[in-house]
Design a protein around this ligand. Structure first.
Ligand code: 5GP
Length: 191
């Protein structure tokens, strides 16, 4: 075990807010930060790898983990379950590594309750219309799923004031560099 625990960074944004691209860039800049691989019952997308992007579980397996208290938090939406695994996060931070969680707003607030020192970052969109356009362009979902994600985005935006930091994603490079500077400062203070 390391002398000092690692930090927990949580990034949330509405679907289509650009968080996946931002997270990818942050991880490539900070090799000392580990991505928290969540468990989910959602079907795997073609470009996703089991154990890297998510642990893809059956509903039965997921419910078993809930029963065994294996999650820090979990949520059910769009008919699927998503959850942050206790062992994954706790083992890493106790090892002195920082962990980055890319989870929804409610999950983020649950993490903050359990780990008050965690840093919650919300990535906002310049406008709601732009968000809808981004979601439509993505074409990874059916029409029905798309509408669910739009409704959910409205809900997620209503939680943003509860976050420690809010960044507006007008320009991917710019917002990424702002978030990187924040993380750099926080990690430097910890040393
Ligand atoms: P997607 O299906 O697009 O990968 O993710 C849908 C939503 O689930 C996103 O907002 C994503 O951040 C969130 N999510 C992913 N993993 C978790 C998790 O472990 N817990 C919670 N609460 N949300 C998650």
């Amino acid at each position: 075990m390391s002398e000092k625990n690692g930090k927990i960074f949580v990034i949330s944004s509405p679907s289509g807010g650009g968080k996946t691209s931002i997270v990818r860039r942050i991880l490539s800049e900070f090799p000392e930060i580990v991505f928290s691989v969540s468990a989910t019952t959602r079907p795997k997308r073609p470009d996703e790898i089991d154990g890297v992007h998510y642990f893809f579980l059956t509903e039965e397996q997921f419910l078993e983990k809930i029963k065994n208290d294996e999650f820090i938090e979990w949520e059910r939406f769009y008919d699927y379950y998503y959850g942050t695994l206790k062992t994954f996060v706790i083992d890493n931070i106790q090892d002195g590594k920082s962990v980055l969680l890319e989870i929804d707003v409610k999950g983020a607030l649950s993490v903050k309750k359990i780990f008050p020192d965690s840093i919650l970052i919300f990535i906002d969109v310049p406008s709601f219309e732009e968000l809808v356009n981004r979601l439509k362009k993505r074409k990874t979902e059916s029409e029905a799923d798309l509408q669910k994600r739009i409704d959910r985005a409205k809900m997620e935006l209503s939680y943003k004031d509860k976050f420690d930091y809010i960044f507006v994603n007008k320009d991917l490079e710019e917002v990424t560099s702002q978030i990187k500077s924040l993380i750099k400062d926080i990690l430097k203070k910890e040393k």
